[in-house]
Write a protein that binds this ligand. Structure first.
Ligand code: ADP
Length: 421
């Protein structure tokens, strides 16, 4: 059985699409329709049609530009491209030939002739063009292209400025909201602590376990809310360069041990094994101890969140020439390679957020997608690098993930307060 001859028709007008489909479909051709230039270019590349019919005035690019683009594809250089257009002026026609079309058919289409014309083009017919008239059209068309390019660049620049402005408004809004929330939250926390410490309440708690459970739940939720608000403030500061490093002599071993401290209970509860492999530590660094601890703690927190109960987490610190490499490896669900590119960006969360539990340390316990953005900000401010390795995400096979922080020993962190970049 011979393959049906395929014609790609690039046209945004529905009436023209219907007409051509009817006439050429009736003549036995298979018609593919693209409504826009870019869609047409993609279809031409993937479907390799036997002939391309294109309108000139399309919403995104003109039929002439489609022709230039397709002619640069080695697989499409010989495919007949025919303009089908209402533009009948000879100057418009010449500009279209300059772009590289093989034929030019004007609308309204003569339906009794169209199928024959197309058959001829398919069998090698090429319009004869008077090359002497083309030179003027070539210059005019080049000029037109450059003017359109300039207009597009200007439009893109304006949109880019507008996007940056909107992004700034969004960042300011997030930061302002977090600050506005922090003040009353501190008051709520303070009063709740006061209430909790009152002798009458202490007595009540001792008598009634439900009262104690309510107050503990209240305090836990307030602390959780405070942590979220603080995370937003930290990441906003990093993004806007408004956070300061306070570097000093820092014992790496100490940083790692302290970042683990807060998780001792959950590690036990969830039967997660912590393995230390600190070769040659303690290492003295000149760094912001508290921020480095926050970075390690965030990664460790993630390793706990994304590793099912019974798994293990290995903490390694390895001396290398001029630098130290800290790695945190888990036996968890792993991270898809497509997500690995984005997880260090603000507000990026991989996987299904519907599955996130509300706890910060439960398996798949969700967050706002800020932890790793904070880590990257901190590590890069120290002149270091953070990266991730994982074969992919698989909740059955559990390929695990390894986060690697590399910090220079003689970092450019000077004694002064530094700004994040
Ligand atoms: P979140 O607060 O949501 O955990 P992070 O910025 O810390 O935000 O992490 C971004 C995303 O990266 C997470 O939503 C999670 O999908 C993925 N991720 C981070 N660490 C791990 C890990 N150890 N194992 C699997 N996925 C991880």
């Amino acid at each position: 059985m011979t393959k049906q001859t395929t014609i790609l028709y690039i046209e945004d007008d529905e009436a023209s699409q219907n007409l051509i489909q009817r006439v050429l479909g009736h003549a036995g051709y298979k018609i593919l329709v693209a409504n826009r230039a870019l869609e047409g270019i993609d279809l031409a590349k993937t479907c390799q049609p036997d002939l391309i019919l294109t309108d000139i005035n399309l919403p995104d690019m003109s039929g002439r530009e489609i022709t230039i683009r397709l002619r640069s594809d080695p697989a499409l250089t010989t495919v007949p491209i025919i303009a089908l257009t209402a533009q009948s002026h000879s100057f418009e026609r010449d500009k279209t030939y300059v772009a590289g079309v093989d034929g030019y058919i004007t609308k309204p289409v003569d339906v009794s002739m169209l199928a024959t014309q197309i058959k001829e083009y398919l069998h090698g017919r090429r319009d004869e063009v008077d090359t002497t008239t083309l030179e003027y059209a070539r210059r005019a068309y080049s000029q037109e292209l450059v003017e359109r390019l300039e207009a597009n660049v200007r439009e893109l620049e304006a949109s880019n400025r507008e996007l940056r402005r909107m992004d700034q408004i969004k960042d300011d809004f997030i930061q302002l909201t977090a600050h506005e929330l922090r003040t009353p939250l501190t008051t709520v926390y303070g009063y709740s602590r006061l209430v909790q410490g009152m002798p009458a309440i202490q007595r009540l708690m001792a008598q009634d376990l439900e009262v104690e459970a309510c107050l503990t739940g209240l305090m836990d939720s307030i602390e959780r809310l405070q942590a979220v608000v603080n995370e937003i403030i930290t990441v906003s500061r990093i993004a806007s360069g408004r956070i300061s490093l306070k570097p000093g002599p820092t014992d790496l071993d100490d940083v790692i041990k302290r970042s683990v401290e807060g998780y001792a209970q959950v590690l036990q509860q969830r039967d997660l094994k912590l393995v230390y492999d600190l070769v040659g530590c303690p290492t003295q660094l000149y760094a912001d101890k508290a921020l480095l601890e926050l970075a390690c703690s965030n990664i460790l927190g993630n390793a706990i969140k994304y590793t099912p109960d019974g798994g293990s987490i290995t903490l390694r610190a390895e001396m290398q020439p001029e630098q130290v490499q800290i790695s945190i490896q888990d036996t968890g669900i792993g991270i898809d390679p497509n997500d690995q590119k984005y997880i260090f960006e603000r507000f990026y969360t991989a996987g299904d957020t519907q599955l996130h539990s509300t706890s910060k340390t439960a398996f798949r316990g969700g967050g706002l997608g800020l932890g790793l953005a904070i880590c990257r900000g901190i590590v890069e401010a120290h002149g270091g690098k953070i990266s991730v390795k994982s074969e992919g995400r698989d909740e059955e096979r559990l390929p695990g993930s390894t986060f690697i922080i590399v910090l220079p020993l003689s970092s450019n962190v000077s004694g002064q307060t530094l700004e994040f970049r």
